[in-house]
Design a protein around this ligand. Structure first.
Ligand code: ADP
Length: 159
């Protein structure tokens, strides 16, 4: 069984992330979305809420799992018995960081292979950071996030 691990902060998950996941399910038998606690980034949504949002979005997709984690992705991959790491590449600006990360991960875990997918062009400008900013200013988010996330953001910035 071909399994892939898709790690990230997903604060919140955007249609860009979802685009990558929907491509990956055609390539792998199981895709595990691994949500990092990312305490240093002081996320807008606590880990449990990010997990809940993603579980709701992919409800009924038996080959998509959602888990939370802290620590190194290489350790998680070993624990989960996965040797494919999935990441998204939006533009050249992502490349340098992703290249560095892939090489560091390879140095720590030579058998772990990084695989990169690109989203539809219309999502290549989309980031969780911009989504949070637009939400904080009351902007319309329906072209950028799933309705579940849109509602969570609305609630978050209304209170
Ligand atoms: P991290 O904190 O690990 O960068 P993110 O949640 O920001 O976590 O991103 C996780 C992965 O998804 C990264 O590989 C990132 O490049 C990719 N990604 C983020 N936004 C998009 C998007 N709009 N389209 C495709 N891939 C994306």
């Amino acid at each position: 069984m071909k399994k892939a691990l898709y790690p990230g902060t997903f604060d919140p998950i955007t249609l860009g992330h979802i685009d990558i996941i929907s491509r990956a399910v055609h390539l792998f038998d199981e895709v595990t979305i691994a949500i990092a606690t990312s305490e240093t980034k002081t996320p807008l949504f606590p880990l449990e809420e990010r997990i809940r949002q993603i579980e709701l979005i992919f409800q009924g997709n038996k080959n998509i799992r959602t888990i939370g984690f802290t620590g190194l992705v290489v350790d998680l991959a070993k624990k989960e018995g996965v040797n494919i790491l999935l990441r998204g590449l939006r533009a050249v600006s992502d490349f340098e960081y992703e290249f560095q990360l892939a090489n560091m991960n390879r140095a720590m875990s030579p058998d772990l292979e990084s695989v990169f997918l690109t989203p539809k062009a219309k999502f290549s400008f989309l980031s969780s950071t911009l989504v949070r900013e637009i939400a904080s200013m009351g902007g319309k988010l329906s072209s950028f996030v799933d309705p579940i996330v849109e509602e969570a953001l609305r609630k978050r910035f209304q209170d």
